[in-house]
Design a protein around this ligand. Structure first.
Ligand code: TIU
Length: 222
């Protein structure tokens, strides 16, 4: 059992019953020319978390525990993209349009690939999800249950959109979830802070937060 000093109180987990879930660290969100940039955002703050994510991923791989990567991805025919999602806002490029890294948010395109530093190995689970949450319209819950997983450690982008939605979905399915504070980022710093506060409020109503340093320290003592 690993006991981690976390907020709002200690987060205890068995690594063999815990999955590291890395949300949407794909080029669409962290590189210029992708979906995030097409929405008018500066993507550079998101790139800054890659080294911290890599350190946690390397440590978790050394433990030999389960890794899940997600990508926000739609089918090339957009059959899994509600028109409301495609038409929302006034993006420079809409989902499915041709951009500098291929078609925006479409499975198989260059922009849909996870950034090289965090690229999945063949043994790791990769979930393509059509929504913001990792559980909706995906086999993730069944795969985690089959693997005996009860606890989830989250990293990725963006904190208040796909990460928070996925943590809320996980919470309603009975998982205990931890978010690594310096391994997640938003295009809006105030939203990151607010999302983390909402997650750990009311006695961990959605989950816990801790820094990657606290997590790595606890894992090393395990
Ligand atoms: N992955 C994810 O968070 N998808 C988004 O669309 N995020 C935004 O912040 N727009």
């Amino acid at each position: 059992m690993v006991t981690l000093a976390a907020d709002p109180f200690a987060f205890d987990f068995e690594p063999r019953k815990t999955a590291l879930v890395i949300i949407d660290m794909q080029r669409d969100f962290v590189e210029p020319g992708g979906f995030g940039a097409s929405l008018g955002n500066d993507v550079t703050p998101l790139q800054a978390i890659i080294p911290a994510c890599k350190a946690v991923l390397d440590a978790w791989r050394a433990v030999g525990a389960l890794v899940v990567h997600t990508r926000e991805a739609h089918r090339p025919d957009l059959a899994d993209c509600p028109p409301a999602k495609r038409e929302r806002g006034k993006p420079a490029l809409r989902i499915g349009d041709a951009g500098p890294m291929g078609r925006i948010l479409i499975a198989g395109e260059a922009g849909n690939q996870i950034v090289p530093d965090l690229a999945p190995t063949g043994a790791e689970i990769v979930i393509d999800k059509p929504g913001k949450g990792a559980f909706w319209a995906t086999p993730l819950h069944e795969m985690l249950r089959a693997a005996g997983i009860t606890h989830l450690v989250f990293m990725g982008v963006t904190t208040e959109v796909c990460v928070q939605t996925s943590m809320r979905e996980a919470n309603d399915r009975g998982y205990d979830s931890l978010l690594l504070e310096d391994c997640t980022e938003s295009y809006f710093p105030q939203f990151k802070l607010a999302a983390m506060a909402m997650i750990r409020a009311q006695g961990a109503i959605v989950g816990w937060t801790a820094t990657s340093g606290q997590f790595l320290h606890a894992l090393a003592r395990h």
